[in-house]
Design a protein around this ligand. Structure first.
Ligand code: ADP
Length: 482
């Protein structure tokens, strides 16, 4: 009896201690201190770096002979470079391998880079090539599992939890965004609303009726939704969003602030590309906003190389982002040249051990050279960030006029000012004295900071066309059309 009494006291003590610990944990997450339960796969996401390198070595040394023996394109390429597949012994040897470029995918259209018979592929997607044939990518069942797994990790890092409703406004179809997010969200245990892109009336209706806590879409479409709420006098209390997972195009802190305020959520960046997998190659943690996106490097091995020489740069330096798919079976990629310009670095203060990448600064292929000056559109964007009377929606139009290249910056007026000034049409905007002064100030800042004179055209809200997927094409280079 005495023993039973002691056991009871012990049990109740244990229960009390557990209750106190739970309460402390709740308080910690309320005060915004790292909520570690958001880590989806702690054993992988927090793997010590030495172990991560070991895993990457195991995977790379398996991948190279796999590709050599199965894909004639890779056999030929490695032979041409005089690389025997068994010469790759550790992950540090990766720089010995040749790059794969988008043109290689196009040259092997449609199924030339498959490493398994087509019958073993579970799904085929295409990237939205605007000219000519699309780029084909294909996945085995195993690949789709990895895809879902890394998207689930990404959504968890963004703040999503099992049971939450997710309104998935990425396009479904050949584009990898919609289905990629969809299956990852299901894997995390979320309730997915597969609404796809566009159809703003319906988006707004479901935001109010289903009250999802999470939204996936492009940042420019999130801006549209925020603007439409204001336009239609829908109070923020009518919706229940908490997390926005935004990506597929470059965006800035100004857009983040606008979307977070307009939709009442915490917005994080998700990055990806079809050739490597799709969305969820890397993701920002909702409690580490602004410090970069974690790259899930147990599956997608990143490098940064100099855009002209292809040689690796030091940690933190900018260059072209390269990825090797360490675990893909259907259509693996060796050192895929993304053309995206960014940097990668380790963040010792972060929750996870994986490397982080900064925002995409531009594309190696869309770096403009204007009268001898190298120009990324993000340089103009950085200046725009300091101009609250202009919106973050802009486009650079490049023309060859006379003997010179000319750049016109088309930018939408900030919504609030546009309404305040009660401007009806383009002529009103052009003739307004305040708008003219803003244009002059913007032009001067560009000249002072970048060293180029650009023509500024300020237009009304939503005047710059968005593509079907909601992306805003930042550069229209009319020189190429001649
Ligand atoms: P497409 O858009 O042509 O259909 P993808 O979906 O594969 O093809 O597009 C991938 C590209 O989109 C990336 O290489 C990058 O340039 C851009 N991208 C994707 N996510 C982001 C992001 N979060 N920030 C900046 N650019 C992004």
């Amino acid at each position: 009896m005495a023993l039973q009494g002691k056991q009871k006291t012990y049990d109740s003590l244990r229960r009390n201690i557990r209750a106190v610990i739970t309460r402390i944990c709740c308080q910690i997450s309320k005060f915004g201190i790292a909520n570690l339960s958001a880590v989806f796969h702690p054993e992988i996401e927090k793997l010590p770096l030495a172990k991560l390198r070991q895993l990457q070595t195991e995977r790379l040394t398996e991948l190279v002979p796999y590709l050599y023996n199965r894909v004639p394109f890779y056999k030929k390429k490695l032979d041409e470079h005089g690389i025997h597949p068994l010469a790759i012994k550790t992950i540090d040897d990766i720089h010995l391998l040749p790059f794969t470029k988008k043109a290689d995918l196009r040259d092997n259209y449609p199924f030339g880079l498959f490493a398994v018979p087509q019958q073993e592929m579970a799904r085929i997607h295409c990237s939205s090539g605007t000219t000519g044939k699309p780029t084909v990518v294909a996945y085995t069942k195993h690949d789709l599992d990895v895809f879902s797994d890394t998207v689930a990790r990404s959504l968890a890092a963004a703040g999503c939890k099992p049971g939450m409703i997710l309104q998935n406004a990425y396009g479904y179809g050949l584009f990898t965004g919609g289905l990629g997010i969809h299956y990852g969200a299901e894997k995390l245990g979320m309730t997915v609303v597969p609404i796809s892109g566009g159809g703003t009336d319906r988006q707004l209706m479901l935001l109010q009726d289903f009250k999802p806590e999470a939204l996936c879409c492009t940042p420019s479409y999130a801006q549209t939704l925020a603007q439409e709420l204001v336009k239609r006098n829908i109070p923020l209390e009518n919706i229940n969003l908490r997390f926005g997972i935004l990506g597929a195009e470059p965006w800035t802190e100004v857009v983040r602030t606008e979307v977070e305020k307009g939709l009442g959520l915490t917005a994080t960046n998700i990055y990806g590309l079809s050739e490597i997998m799709g969305p969820g190659i890397s993701q920002e943690d909702y409690e580490e906003k602004g410090t970069g996106c974690y790259i899930w490097e147990d599956h997608y091995f990143p490098e940064i190389v100099d855009k002209d020489t292809g040689t690796p740069v030091k940690e933190g330096e900018y260059g072209v982002l390269i990825f090797t798919t360490l675990t893909k079976k259907g259509m693996p990629m060796l050192r895929y040249w993304t053309n995206d310009i960014t940097n990668i670095y380790y963040d010792k203060a972060g929750k996870r051990t994986h490397v982080k990448m900064g925002p995409i600064r531009g594309r190696a292929d869309d770096m403009l050279i204007i009268r001898g000056v190298n120009l990324f559109h993000t340089q103009v964007e950085d200046i725009l960030n300091g101009m609250p009377k202009l919106s973050a929606n802009y486009q650079l139009i490049v023309r060859h006029e006379g003997a010179m290249d000319e750049v016109e910056v088309k930018v939408e007026l900030a919504e609030q000012l546009f309404h305040e000034l009660k401007l009806e049409d383009a002529t009103d905007i052009q003739n307004d004295e305040q708008v003219k002064a803003i244009g002059h100030a913007f032009s001067k800042k560009i000249k002072d900071n970048i060293g180029l004179t650009m023509r500024i055209s300020i237009v009304g809200i939503n005047e710059i066309p968005r593509s079907e997927g909601g992306k805003l094409n930042r550069i229209v280079d009319l020189r190429k059309l001649k």
